[in-house]
Design a protein around this ligand. Structure first.
Ligand SMILES: [Zn+2]
Length: 115
């Protein structure tokens, strides 16, 4: 981000809801403008691929949450990684990957995740 046009201080940008708020870290000058998240406009179809071959019950539960598969299916999947779990737009994948991150599940996203 650039420098503040009031004092030359460093500008920090932050997304709050649907606004991009730019605040000067030095003088506190702040402006907000409406902001469309790039993630919402990303047309890419992402895939979550499970690479974790050592899935605890907590991990299996997280995977169940994002796939809707039953426990047995997931256990089978986890014994034969890598396996594609699901695919979708960036906003969908972002919501799903949260569950995996919370449970510390190892996975990769294809194509490369940039958010
Ligand atoms: Zn400033």
């Amino acid at each position: 981000m650039g420098d503040c046009w009031e004092c030359g201080g460093e500008l920090v940008s932050e997304i709050k809801g649907s606004s991009l708020v730019v605040t000067c870290s030095k003088c506190g000058m702040s402006i907000a403008r409406s902001w469309s998240e790039p993630i919402r406009e990303d047309p890419t179809d992402y895939k979550i691929i499970l690479t974790d071959s050592d899935c605890s019950p907590a991990k299996l539960k997280a995977i169940a949450k994002i796939t809707g598969f039953n426990y047995l299916t997931i256990r089978k999947i986890s014994q034969n990684t890598p396996q594609e779990l699901c695919q979708g737009w960036a906003t969908v994948i972002r919501d799903k990957k949260k569950y995996l991150d919370d449970a510390d599940v190892k996975y990769i996203i294809e194509p490369k995740w940039k958010y």
